[in-house]
Write a new protein. Sequence first.
Lengths: 437, 497
Amino acid sequence: MNKIAALLSDAIGSDGIQLWDAVEPRQQLQVMSAIATEAPPACVALPNTSDQLGQVMAIAAQHGWRIMPMGQGSKLGWGGLAHGIDIVISTARLNRIVEHAVGDYTVTVEPGLKITALQQVLAEQQQSLAIDPAFDQLASVGGVVATADTGSLRQRYGGLRDMLIGVQFARYDGELARAGGRVVKNVAGYDLMKLLTGSYGSLGILSELTFRLYPVQRCSRSLLLSAGLQAIEAATAEVRLSGLTPVAMDVVVDRTAAEGTSLVARFQGIEAGVEEQTERLKKIATTHGMACKQLDGEADEAYWRQSAQAIRADTLLCKVGLRPSGIPWLIELADMVFPGAQVRLYGSSGLGWIQVEIAERLTDERLENELLAGLAKVRSHCQKNAGFLTVLQAPKAVKAKLDVWGYEGNALDVMKAIKEKFDPNNQLSPGRFVGGL
Amino acid sequence: MVAVAAVSKTSRDWRGVVRSLEKLLSANQVMRRKEELLVYECDGLTSYRERPAVVTLPKTTEEVAAVVKLCHEQNIPFVTRGAGTGLSGGALPVAECVLIVTTCMQQILDIDYDNQRVVVQPGVINNWITQAVSGAGFYYAPDPSSQLACSIGGNVAENSGGVHCLKYGVTTNHVLGLKVVLPDGETVDIGGAVPEMPGYDLTGIFVGSEGTLGIVTEVTLRILKVPEAVQVILADFTSVEAAGETVSDIISAGIIPAGLEMMDNFSLNAVEDVVATNCYPRDAVAILLIEIDGAAAEVAASAKQIAAMCYKNGARQLTHATDVQERLRLWKGRKAAFAAMGKLSPDYYVQDGVIPRTRLPEVLQQIEALGAKHGYRVANVFHAGDGNLHPLILYNNNIPGQLEEVEALGGDILKLCVSVGGSISGEHGIGADKRCYMPNMFSATDLETMQWVRGALNKKGLANPTKIFPTPKTCGESAQFGNGKGVSERLEGLENF
């Protein structure tokens, strides 16, 4: 046993430490996809409680070890590459539901809990955490918060930042700190929940999270409208400016689907409302000469289940954002630069993703350069439309050649100042976040 | 607590400071005369007063930055103030400070209907935004009761709510980006026109930071399409439990009303005495005001469901309003509740605690008992849907000792909220009013961690000092921490802030 593993197992027991060689190969790959260097970490620590998590952090701080947190590992490959990680801290064993306050529509959970396991428990009470993240079968609650990852449901429910109402996390020095609480409305103290959401493990390690929940809606129906891009643009703009209240409204480009490019709107609620709204959208579709496919019940479920599987781990994946009015141009540009790429853009927030198949490009330097040039073009378009392009997922060789985050603003010094307070010795996932933080 | 802090005499050359400020701004944007300063001594929390040394009225980001830079260079504390309607003393000046007032920054800079965003200066009044965009069928959702007077800058600072935040969220859910003058005078843009820009969510941390991290000079907000149909239902009940049960039933049925408000017998009678809406039954123990909005068929169907739930729980009668004038009539009393108290009594003290919604009936009983114990009547109006209570305590500030007694009662109510798993503030902010109760809710470690953020941005501690966080100087012995660990040293360390 190496020195690091020995010291940690003295503190939390040998059962809580996995030597690198004993780590499952799949997990080894996940971890290595997040680290710039070839040298693997000494071990993975698996605390059983938040106190143990704090202990591990405290020991790491004493020795100056560099730490990278992981949940279920499904999104470790997202974001920048960390440097010289000594230990990985897995929250996989911190997977309890601390409290489901059914009548108050809140739930408090530990970060390693799988989203699927949580949703199952909530569904028994006709409630849900209103998110639809990538890799939803694997993802953990903590990982989803650390990457701020949700999808189409943003249209109605907003981002993770809008649902996380309380948090406890282990600081770099091992102390556990809380912010927020367990009530849906609360302005006491600074909103550290938002600071931690999407911070990719660079400020601390989450140990407990409280979310507001929503009721599962009884009736759900989706409409798939397809036609040329111009019609989609016009219809999307019309829906945006109408009184329609879809829970999801995406512009989707998928060559493998029969529709090719489509506008998908999902309505949920009581039957009368869903019926009324879908009828109105059908009229809009007719005005623009669009084909319209209605998905009810199981077909509706199946469509969204399948959409949730669209993001794969072996592609180049970008998160993008731009003013919604720039969406049609982005789609045209993406089609030109990356023919065959899949695109899904959320109609009112202007966020979304672009996914490019890359297997063949990697063997060829010319194709790789084309890829980088293409990314630069698409990023430039997003930035011109007040947005951004972040390369979430790409082979390490590609990531090493570009700035994955694409932060263009003037507040990097503020971010640095915050990072220095939360991580004075630069031990927490160094290099992984914006500006190399 | 001392209501009026003693003005400390310092050796600062204020004449020199004023001369410098007058060079940065024009002379009529700098106020120093005693009678001019009077109005700025307090915000909506009138029981605390402190006179600023100088008041400045900048009009642009550059002017704000120039004033802040001067304060930074000369180590002068500064406090930011919007319309001054805040209820927690967030804009209360500190002794020997420069007060930076944003009321002259009143421009709506951009309206982008296609993308449903507006950019405004901080002095813009909340309601002006809705007025500006309503012609095109849009509105700005967060609607504090003071929306005709309160400014967006203040809303951002306090993360204000309102009756419609149950469905649509509070200020922070509607702010996409900010231009901010940092406490050292540097200007940065955070967030933007698109949510989740790369980097830390600085917008999320700024909203609700009560002027302790810098001064917001431009705000990018989301605007929403006006719902097609709106209906307000007024239901009266003979018990608080029945009203509370109805609230739970509505939420459990999957309906999220735009607003869901409760008033108790005392407050609805106070309102009828003063505004005479003639729509609240005076013998009701509690009334619910339920607003639902959305597509017409959906609203009609939800209204039917809600009516059935009200009757099931023993509602005596229901009034439905769909027409705008009728709806406003039903809301009038609720929106005038605080003002009505002001007419009934020389002074009132309002609290802003939050509890888990399901604990409502028992908490109300306990509030009544606390009121009896302290010898004051407490009127309750609250956002029942999200458990945000506004107990109003009536008193007379001219009677020595009453304010202190009322504050003690308010404190007991806040501790009660925390003890059932709630919060000491839902939408008014901590400010100067509730900072000494922060240790009831947070440990020394929690507060120290929050102070890391403050220390990162407000390095010299000049921006709105002494607010939000307890210090021995402001809270003395009352700043007792639950876990006790290293408390005194940590508090000492925070003294500068």
